[in-house]
Write a protein that binds this ligand. Structure first.
Ligand code: HSE
Length: 339
């Protein structure tokens, strides 16, 4: 399968490492032979119709800061030229999330769909701002569109609700959708200061390029908007969500909660069509009361009651693993269409 990678930050590089280490079992187990024919970052691109050498690509990024250093004769093609002009079956969009305009991710996804490429994205902006129209465009162009990594990092929260609970009626759900703030709140409970915990989260690659997206609840709200569209069938954007972040929380709030066997968590909830993200005191015995970068969501369903899914919600390798999951699904869906 010929693939274009757009964005080569922490997630893109992690994906390249997974593809290198999983090359043989991806082929033997799933019949997938991924060939990266182009890779773009903010400074340029590397192109090879024969397939880029991923070790060399990683080395170029590490040593020179851009994939454009892969080749001595660098390509002068623009982003749009590459997406429209390079022959490929799949485009993987991994540029940083922008929750104001959704760009450049939105334009990249639309160009990819219009040139009949299947799309995987881990970029929350386009879906948080234009979910219904993107799904419609994907259907119109008859392409597969997967976005597992936009919610839950490596944890299949969307699939759990959509597929495992298929046939159930989900009445409401609530949970922790942002790994960075959960990491900060957990570390503060261990006695660390807010800024020390934030710097730690940045160094470990959990935080968004602009930390305000995590701290002010935008990231959690974007995931809530995606879930509300995909799972509850609501046509909403991030702008419909009531939002409050964690910057007003101090150590005394956390200590007071702990004295009563509670924790302060940034909780995203969808209840009776009311969508909200806000710091909330919850009981330590509540299944969604998880620590570190873990995410946890409890779905309340009509017939079979509450179900909670817990797993790592941030990190390069974790998010890249969701791309591999989507890749396998797209491969299987294409094979079914052919049968
Ligand atoms: N910054 C995000 C988080 C990354 O901390 O959850 C995963 O979406």
């Amino acid at each position: 399968m010929r693939i274009i990678l757009v964005g080569f930050g922490v997630v893109g590089q992690s994906l390249a490492k997974i593809l290198l280490s999983r090359a043989s079992d991806l082929y033997t187990l799933y019949g997938i032979n991924p060939k990266i024919v182009a890779c773009l970052d903010s400074k340029g691109c590397a192109i090879s119709q024969a397939g880029l050498d991923l070790d060399r690509l990683l080395e170029a990024k590490l040593s020179k800061g851009t994939v454009a250093a892969y080749d001595e004769c660098q390509s002068q093609l623009s982003l749009a030229d590459v997406i429209d002009g390079i022959e490929a079956e799949l485009l993987i969009e991994m540029t940083p999330t922008n929750l104001d305009s959704a760009e450049p991710g939105l334009a990249n996804i639309i160009s990819g769909m219009r040139s009949s490429k299947h799309i995987i994205t881990v970029n929350k902006g386009p879906l948080a701002l234009a979910f219904p129209s993107l799904v419609e465009l994907a259907n119109h162009n008859n392409i597969k569109f997967r976005f597992s990594g936009t919610v839950g990092g490596g944890t299949p929260i969307l699939e759990f609700a959509k597929r495992c609970l298929n046939g159930e009626r989900i009445i409401s759900f609530r949970g922790i959708l942002n790994g960075t703030t959960n990491y900060i709140l957990s570390k503060m409970e261990d006695g660390l200061k807010f800024n020390e915990a934030l710097n730690d989260a940045k160094a470990k690659g959990y935080a968004e390029a602009s930390p305000s997206l995590d701290l002010d609840g935008y990231d959690a709200a974007s995931k809530l908007a995606i879930m509300a569209n995909w799972i509850m069938g609501l046509k909403v954007t991030i702008r419909d969500i009531k939002r409050e972040g964690i910057t007003g929380i101090d150590l005394s709030d956390i200590k007071n909660a702990a004295m009563n066997k509670n924790s302060v968590k940034l909780i995203a909830s969808c209840d009776n069509k009311r969508l909200e993200v806000k710091p909330t005191i919850i009981k330590k015995v509540d299944p969604i009361c998880v620590n570190g970068t873990l995410n946890a969501v409890t779905f309340c369903s009509e017939y079979s009651g509450d179900k909670t899914i817990i797993g790592r919600g941030a990190g390069g390798m974790e998010t890249a693993s969701s791309i591999v999951r989507d890749l396998i699904e797209i491969r299987e869906a294409i094979a079914e269409d052919v049968l």
